[in-house]
Design a protein. Structure first.
Length: 250
């Protein structure tokens, strides 16, 4: 005895509607398994976890870095009791100082911080002492990709728009609608800044002959116009003005 069969034409429409997405989902799952089984000719690009990096754009920021380095130096058992000398950098560059204003300012600030914390800083190198070296490297990104906004930026923006629209609908004075948005801007704007295309890597080392006793590197964003503070030899120079010699001799 043969069992009765049910064709798609006689199948209830509700069952067809349920089976259709299930079949699509099963097919998608099978295809995804095929994709995972394949290999890639190159690594797939992914992003890093959210992180923050400070922008250095004031001499007071140099002082903060000097305080940080002085504390780190005097915590190090290898150098805290050594006589330290911080020489002025001399290079055969067109500029008189490597690192421009930053090199001179940071050297002075670091000296002050070390002395005020009890460190031994010498005006001239001596036997048994160590040399403090400061290296500055400017990094320029020429083709940086999209950088996502700070965490919560879209939420804050959406919340501000919602609050403003509610205020416009309920308050008699439209100008009052700007107050919530202004409060939100005042709260968050002080911690936001643009990323920019230039960064600086500042490394402070203490060296005894060929041995590095201490090394600390810090990375900051900088403004493009401030490059001369850190690397004046990499600042584009204006083209020389052409000269024409004039003489009355034929």
């Amino acid at each position: 005895m043969s069992l009765p069969t049910m064709s798609s034409s006689t199948m209830p429409s509700s069952m067809v509607q349920l089976l259709r997405p299930a079949c699509i989902g099963l097919a998608s799952l099978m295809l995804s398994g095929c994709f995972y089984a394949n290999t890639s000719q190159a690594p797939i690009a992914t992003t890093y976890p959210y992180s923050e990096q400070q922008r250095m754009q004031a001499a007071q920021h140099w002082e903060v870095l000097a305080q940080h380095e002085a504390a780190g130096i005097l915590r190090s058992e290898r150098v805290r009791f050594r006589d330290l000398h911080i020489p002025a950098q001399e290079h055969a560059s067109v500029s008189a100082y490597y690192g421009g204003e930053f090199e001179r300012g940071f050297r002075t600030l670091l000296t002050s911080e070390l002395v005020s914390r009890g460190g031994s800083v010498m005006t001239q190198p001596n036997t048994g002492g160590a040399i403090v070296q400061v290296d500055v490297e400017v990094v320029e990104h020429r083709d940086r990709g999209y950088i996502r906004p700070p965490f919560g930026a879209y939420t804050a923006l959406a919340g501000g728009v919602t609050v403003a629209s509610m205020a416009l609908g309920n308050w008699s004075e439209p100008a009052l609608a700007l107050i919530p948005a202004a409060m939100a801007a005042d709260t968050t704007s002080g911690s936001w800044t643009y990323e920019g295309k230039e960064e600086v890597i500042i490394t402070t080392q203490i060296v005894d002959n060929d041995r590095i006793l201490y090394s600390s590197s810090n990375i900051y964003y900088i403004n493009a116009g401030d490059r001369r503070h850190y690397a004046p030899h990499r600042v584009p120079q204006a083209p020389a003005t052409p000269t024409v010699s004039i003489t009355d001799t034929w």
